[in-house]
Design a protein around this ligand. Structure first.
Ligand code: PGA
Length: 244
């Protein structure tokens, strides 16, 4: 793992954003794996800035999001569909037909999961995946468990995730289930960038980088991926000893 430590989220956004921008310039039909949450927002802001400055076009780009809540209307202010529009898609020239997010309201969830996997298998895995990490070590919504999920599936969110994400919802009406790419789907990405900032992520970051590879910390699987860059601020890196 290539570990890089910065002072501010904005610096991380610029550094991670440059990796995306360079890829898109060299491969205009790049397949991007995208994420929601606070961590990728500065990266998206950098990319929007590059588009506005005329330095970047998303015209040929395709996007594949990690996850989506179940039982939340697609246009709800807290859906990941809305998040992606507000934080990236509506501000650049990506073709909406080329943006993919699993449908957490599909009538046949199992079919939806298999079709989402097939979409990603057909492109041979995304070229570049951006990830955040949960305080419990989740990536996407792969919560700690007994095994690494191979493909997209429906998960019951853990209490710590519900607590972290409830800040966005009124009256405790945060969804309890989500669809998420599996660990196998995420690992099929050719290159991965993962971002963590703040002291609340320090334990999960330590387990990801210096702990044993175990589904107890889903992000630890990234130790076995050949091309992972970890972007941290000093607080998130605070428990690393540099011993692994
Ligand atoms: P955050 O979430 O980027 O909002 O901290 C990360 C995650 O839970 O995966």
């Amino acid at each position: 793992m290539d570990i890089r430590i910065y002072d501010t989220p904005a610096e991380i956004g610029e550094a991670a954003g440059k990796i995306f921008a360079d890829l898109i310039r060299s491969k205009p039909d790049a397949k991007l794996g995208l994420a929601t949450g606070a961590s990728p927002v500065p990266t998206y802001q950098y990319l929007i800035g590059e588009y506005e400055r005329g330095n970047l076009s998303f015209r040929g780009v395709s996007a594949y999001n990690l996850d989506e809540y179940c039982d939340l209307p697609k246009n709800d202010r807290n859906s990941y569909y809305t998040f992606m529009r507000e934080n990236l898609f509506d501000h650049v020239d990506i073709d909406p037909a080329n943006t993919h997010i699993p449908d957490g309201n599909a009538a046949d969830i199992e079919k939806e999961c298999r079709e989402y996997d097939r979409l990603i298998e057909e492109i041979g895995g995304v070229d570049l995946q951006i990830l955040g990490i949960g305080t419990d070590g989740h990536i996407g919504f792969n919560e700690p468990g007994d095994s690494f999920a191979p493909g997209t599936f429906k998960i019951k969110l853990h209490d710590s995730t519900i607590e972290s994400n409830s800040i966005y919802f009124k009256n405790g009406d945060m969804p309890r289930y989500a669809l998420t790419m599996g660990i196998g789907t995420i690992m099929s990405a050719k290159k991965i960038v993962i971002i963590a900032t703040g002291a609340s992520k320090a334990e999960a970051v330590k387990a990801m980088i210096e702990g044993e590879v175990s589904p107890a910390c889903p992000a630890s699987i990234l130790q076995t991926h050949p091309d992972v860059t970890v972007f941290l601020d000093r607080a998130a890196a605070g428990l690393l000893t540099g011993e692994k």
